[in-house]
Design a protein around this ligand. Structure first.
Ligand code: FAD
Ligand code: SIN
Length: 525
């Protein structure tokens, strides 16, 4: 069925819902979400949302920590927006009914996380994303003019006269319902792409669809080589790689090797609370040195407090027969967050007029080469709200905050159309990405991955016009985003933030203080 609306929002995580609150008050909104509305990375967010609201904090301190974690590549104008506007938007959340944990004196309780100079993380136990999503969902629905299409997947952007005019969608497992929504502005709020790796903390919806949609439409993507691997996902064979929040270490949990020794200090001066990429690599090195797994231990902490403060982690451990407070919990790195995405300016404008992006799918450059813990929920909140402002204005193209960095525009897309059956299935793609494009990368492996994924994309061809089963769309997104990550990682011949190359282990500011930006040769622009 075809529809017309003022605004289309694709995605019901924090970025999409925050934009929906404002847009539904100003026009007709159609919100597409490909699963149940609560199924999003936001719904699984544990540790909390960072904002300089504490008495010993200041946006300048939050700025300094964010830029330090970003390893020389943050777009500072974007960081300024995030840290300066963050406290206002977080206070607004409390006015809208978000129940953050409070200290006995009634003040908001702030947690410590890695690479934050002070306690700065507002949380609702260790299920913060679910609580924020609940309140935003209620607020957006109260706004009235919003039609929600659940289990409906955006599969292509409509591009007319070099601008985005709407979206094509399918619903049902066999793609049996299909239609278009035309609108004056479309927001990509489709979240991340962790599912492209075999080991990930992300739920099944995180397949990089927004990057694929934008790429096919000719919008630019940026910084895709920067993937964050969280150091402490549960590491029990056969069990899901459930996240064990960084807040656990913030509250005193320790990383231990199999001999029961603390080891991160051997590799990192900041030890267990160094930035995530560094702790993840310290784990890889310790596992290589000892040939044994590593563990998270809370055995020295009060058990009742641990279970009360971290019910999500506690339940995940119980599900595999472990007691979070009493047992040593096997952990290891897993793909967690993609710093890169669809290039936008500070108002969510992409390089395609009429198309906007916010949240994890977007790349404002705010995280640089590595994201500071708990800055992602804040990003979705702040830039979701800003995109809603820009969407009400005349469609125009944007780009990363101008003049700040030297971006390299490298066109090139080898997939002109279908040439045969896909060369790789989903498990093979995810394994290839983990092995060759994971935490430690090297030129030959990256070349192998980029070329296999390029061939797979060529075999899949362009977006199908008719009914197409859901798993085909999923595969198309995974192949596309995997290929773009592998290609950018191959191009960046240095190590920085989330991108580590064993053949180029040093940061190289002379050649690489720049962002890799690309767009499809076959796109519409
Ligand atoms: P999401 O919340 O992922 O929402 C994306 C939405 O888009 C979903 O509704 C999805 O169904 C929909 N969608 C996708 N593709 C399509 C399509 N083609 N058509 C229709 N709908 C589509 N960050 C923090 O700051 N603090 C934390 O404590 C924290 N903990 C985390 C814990 C876990 C386990 C994970 C996985 C992430 C965590 N993060 C955390 C990261 C953070 O949760 C995400 O980056 C953030 O929530 C992303 O929000 P979003 O709105 O951009 O996307
Ligand atoms: C965590 O709780 O460790 C995740 C926080 C984040 O991804 O920022």
């Amino acid at each position: 069925m075809n529809r017309r609306a003022d605004f289309v929002i694709i995605g019901s995580g924090i970025a999409g819902l925050r934009a929906a609150v404002d847009l539904a008050a100003r026009g007709d909104v159609v919100l597409l979400t490909k699963a149940d509305p609560t199924e999003s990375n936001t719904g699984y967010a544990q540790g909390g949302i960072a904002a300089a609201v504490g008495p010993d904090d200041h946006p300048d301190l939050h700025f300094a920590d964010t830029v330090a974690a970003g390893d020389g590549l943050c777009v500072e104008a974007a960081v300024r927006v995030l840290v300066d506007e963050g406290p206002r938007y977080v206070r607004e959340l409390t006015e809208w009914g978000v129940r953050f944990d409070r200290a006995p004196d009634g003040a908001i309780a702030l947690a410590r996380e890695a690479a934050h100079a002070v306690r700065r993380v507002l949380h609702a136990a260790d299920a913060t994303g679910r609580e924020i999503g609940r309140a935003l969902w209620e607020k957006a629905r109260r706004g009235g003019r919003i039609e929600v299409l659940n289990h409906t997947r955006a599969v292509a952007l409509l591009v007319e006269d070099s601008a985005c005019a709407g979206v094509r969608y399918v619903g049902g497992d066999a793609g049996e319902t299909a239609g278009e929504v035309r609108a004056r502005a479309v927001l990509l709020a489709t979240g991340g792409a962790g599912q492209v790796f075999s080991d990930t903390t992300n739920p099944t919806i995180a397949t990089g669809d927004g990057v694929c949609l934008a790429w096919d439409a000719g919008a630019r993507v940026a910084d895709l080589e920067f993937v964050q691997f969280h150091p402490t996902a549960l590491n029990v064979p056969g069990a899901p790689r459930v996240l064990l929040s960084e807040a656990l270490r913030g509250e005193g949990a320790r990383l231990l090797n199999a001999a029961g020794e603390r080891f991160t200090g051997r590799y990192e001066p900041a030890g267990d609370l160094a930035p995530r990429d560094r702790v993840s690599r310290a784990i890889v090195r310790e596992v290589a040195r000892t040939g044994q797994p590593v563990f998270l231990s809370l055995q020295h902490l009060d058990a009742a407090t641990v279970h009360a403060r971290f019910p999500t982690a506690s339940a995940a451990c119980r599900a595999v027969g472990l007691d979070l407070a009493r047992d040593r919990i096997p952990v290891g790195p897993a793909a967690h967050y993609v710093m890169g995405g669809v290039e936008t300016d500070l108002w969510g404008r992409t390089t395609l007029p009429g198309l906007f992006a916010a949240g994890e799918v977007a790349c404002t450059g705010v995280h640089g080469a590595n994201r500071l813990a708990s800055n992602s929920l804040l990003e979705g909140l702040v830039f979701g709200a800003r995109a809603a402002v820009a969407m009400q204005q005349a469609p125009q193209a944007g780009a990363l905050a101008a003049g700040v960095r030297d971006w390299t525009d490298v066109p090139g897309d080898t997939s002109a159309g279908p040439t045969g059956p896909p060369a790789l299935d989903e498990p093979a793609i995810r394994r290839l990405m983990w092995d060759a494009v994971g935490l430690v990368r090297e030129g030959r492996g990256l070349e192998r991955a980029a070329s296999a994924l390029s061939a797979a994309r060529a075999a899949l061809g362009g977006p199908a016009p008719g009914p197409t089963p859901d798993q085909d769309w999923r595969l198309r997104s995974l192949v596309t985003v995997g290929w773009l990550i592998a290609r950018a990682a191959l191009r960046r011949t240095e190590s920085r933030g989330g991108h580590f190359r064993s053949d180029f282990p040093e940061r190289d500011d002379v050649h690489w203080s720049a962002h890799i930006v690309e767009r499809s040769r076959h796109g519409s622009l």
